[in-house]
Design a protein. Sequence first.
Length: 202
Amino acid sequence: MANGYGKIFKDGVFFNNPTFVQLLGLCPTLAVTTSVFNGIGMGLSVTFVLIFSNLFISLLRKFIPQNIRIAAYVVIIAGFVTVVDLVIKAFFPELSSSLGLFIPLIVVNCVILARAESFASKNPPFPSVVDGLANGIGVTLALTVISAIREFTGNGTLLGFPVTPETFSPAVIMILPSGGFLVLGFVIAAVQFVQRKRRADR
């Protein structure tokens, strides 16, 4: 069983990463990754919602009628998104202002709906929690990597702190939407290269 949980975890974080491999949830990925602070904040929010929506959907999977399952999933997910949104507004107003509508839009994030439909609705609670945690970490890792590259090259900072010499000239395009597409494309290409090399070496 431990090996099974290990596989679930590795798939969610690395081998089947929702962002870099499945290419899910790319809209918020491109929109919020202008700073590491935003990337981590969004990633942790998604992780919280993934864990608890997976848990509750798994617990209720035998009671949810098949023909209304998607609507039921959205209601469950919306409840946890509301909790996250209110907590961020109360304790992290700056983050709430930066992320704006992208926190409420977690309700329709295809990563969360995909895990609900493909895993939580078919598996017991504990594996579903592990799956939610793994995929949440995978999303957070992806957002952090992309936002770190964009913030460093576009502003010369990390987490808002200057990390480059005064002579450094930031590439402003990197914090614009076009820069998000460029960074995402290069990172996905690098991940695909590593994955193919790994499969070839087996």
